[in-house]
Design a protein around this ligand. Structure first.
Ligand SMILES: C[S@@+](CC[C@H](N)C(=O)[O-])C[C@H]1O[C@@H](n2cnc3c(N)ncnc32)[C@H](O)[C@@H]1O
Length: 516
């Protein structure tokens, strides 16, 4: 068996794979044959067994370079190679030669980017990043990118109309790529990473990979990995069958680009505006936590003026790498979306308070209330900004989404209802069946956030039921949840722990800050 390629091995080591498990033979060679589209299973368990023993065999061994060429459609690669040099945070001036065409292009197209430059990042495995070329004061605008110079899911070809926004953005990217030199984004497209730049992204995972063997001790990690694989298969298939991608390789490449570097720039009606925002998509990620704060953020204040704006969140020195926070979630989620393992100074990947996700099959008509309840749940969740894909259950980011005032608290209440199989009593079932129509047990509708129930854990209101059948069965709620449920308790260990937890939980983040 071949050893795992170095970046994969490093990531795997941090994510603690089972002892003795290595990546399947073929490693990177199989990076172009990641997903077995022809035999895509329809469920997670079917996927796991389909991968079993499949190995990378049956596909011609393509080299990474050939994979890249295929993914890029033969486009010349203007992107500078990653370097292994150490941090270069103190260097000022001197954009990488490979980045000069991109800098010229952005200046010609009205980008206001005078105070920054893209070059090799000081972060391990960070590829290229964006650096300040002068000092910035907290709150100062660092850069403005015209919205007209973004590639948006809203501008996807007609054939993508019925697809989810992620696939629409991938289709828009592929459309521009197909235009070649005639695309006004040609220079930008040439600067994008290729398959071999991100071998650890799920879209390039080797065929035959068995997530259940790699993460046997981490149900959450396993779920996330399987979800990433299945989502990748479904979206790749969708692009191919709609004729939006010519090859499986280019579909995977485009989807990996969407995963790792798109931003959500608000919405138009019900449709989210997912976009590639040239130049700002070179910003690397800084974990929030452990006393660390990203140095800058994007905001939508200027969207109405037709710009995406990057502002300093603290004083910045010339030569500093500018970092934003992409996402706030478990390291496995960051890994499957962005293909790197997040490391915060002061907070490591084994943080026991790491956030986790709870899957809630809100669109399942088999739950109490049947089809009417399902439709009401989906409608209510859409009101708070949830865009559903058939393969995408509602994932509750715990504890942020579900703490008092959390965006998805009402939906979280659904998770603690027992399913019919879970043994919920008739009274509970009746209550659940009334829930969607009545706006929540004992409550009335109070705007989008309260669409499915009442906000806050109030005495006399709806109390969270015992954990139901979705992954929490038989477990005791953690101290912080018991404290939230039961109200103030005498000072003691549990109370202190709950207090620590609520202090540690950051405020809800605006959507715009995370690449979608
Ligand atoms: C939005 S792009 C940022 C630009 C990217 N570094 C490049 O060279 O094109 C996101 C990708 O950058 C890399 N990245 C971002 N933040 C990182 C970090 N803190 N550590 C390692 N890699 C990081 C990952 O490969 C991720 O998928």
């Amino acid at each position: 068996m071949l050893a795992a390629p170095a970046p994969v091995a490093r990531a795997m080591a941090v994510l603690q794979p089972a002892r003795g498990v290595t990546w399947p033979a073929g490693g990177l060679q199989a990076a172009t044959a990641t997903l077995a589209l022809d035999a895509a299973p329809s469920s997670a368990s079917a996927w796991a067994s389909a991968c079993e023993g499949a190995g990378p065999g049956g596909r011609g061994p393509l080299t990474a370079a050939a994979a890249a060429a295929a993914a890029a459609g033969g486009a010349a690669r203007a992107r500078p190679r990653r370097t292994r040099r150490g941090p270069r945070a103190a260097r000022v001036g001197g954009c990488e030669p490979g980045m000069q065409p991109l800098m010229e292009w952005v200046r010609q197209h009205g980008f206001e980017v005078d105070g920054l430059e893209p070059r090799a990042s000081g972060l391990e495995g960070g590829g290229n990043g964006v650096f300040a070329t002068r000092d910035f004061a907290e709150g100062e605008v660092i850069a403005r990118v015209p919205c007209s110079m973004t590639i948006s899911s809203l501008g996807a070809p007609e054939a993508a109309a019925g697809l989810p926004p992620w696939a629409q953005l991938a289709a828009a990217l592929l459309h521009e790529k197909r235009l070649g030199g005639a695309s006004r984004f040609a220079t930008y497209l040439a600067s994008l990473p290729q398959a071999q730049d991100m071998p650890t992204h799920p879209m390039f995972w080797p065929r035959g990979l068995r997530p259940d063997a790699l993460w046997p001790a981490s149900p959450q990690g396993l779920f996330t990995a399987r979800h990433a694989l299945m989502r990748g298969v479904a979206l790749t298939r969708a692009l191919l069958s709609a004729g939006l991608a010519e090859t499986e390789q280019e579909a995977r490449w485009a989807l990996a680009m969407v995963d790792s570097r798109s931003f959500c720039l608000g919405a138009m009606g019900e449709k989210p505006n997912l976009s590639f925002t040239p130049m700002l998509d070179f910003l690397n990620h800084e974990v929030e936590g452990g006393g660390m704060r990203p140095s800058c953020s994007m905001n939508d204040r200027s969207l109405q003026e037709g710009f995406v704006q990057l502002s300093a969140d603290r004083d910045l020195k010339a030569g500093e790498e500018l970092l934003i926070s992409y996402d706030y979630g478990p390291s496995m989620q960051i890994f499957t979306r962005y293909a790197f393992v997040q490391r915060a100074r002061g907070v490591d990947a084994t943080d026991r308070f790491e956030k986790c996700y709870l899957e809630a099959p809100v669109d399942d008509p088999g739950l109490p209330g049947g089809e009417a309840a399902r439709a009401a749940r989906v409608r209510a969740l859409k009101e708070v900004g949830w865009f559903r894909g058939a393969w995408r259950p509602l994932l509750l980011n715990l504890p942020d989404n579900v703490k008092a005032g959390g965006l998805l608290l009402p939906a979280a209440r659904l998770c603690v209802l027992r399913s019919p199989q879970g043994g919920g009593g008739p009274a509970r079932r009746r209550r659940a069946a009334r829930w969607p129509a009545g706006g929540g047990p004992g409550g009335r509708r109070r705007g989008p956030g309260a669409a499915l129930g009442r906000g806050g854990h109030q005495r006399g209101g709806h109390q969270p039921a015992a954990p139901g059948s979705w992954g929490l069965q038989g477990t005791r709620p953690p101290a912080w949840r018991r404290a939230a449920r039961d109200g103030p308790r005498p000072a003691g260990r549990g109370a202190r722990s709950a207090e620590r937890q609520s202090r540690a939980a950051p405020a809800a983040r605006p959507l715009l800050r995370r690449p979608c």
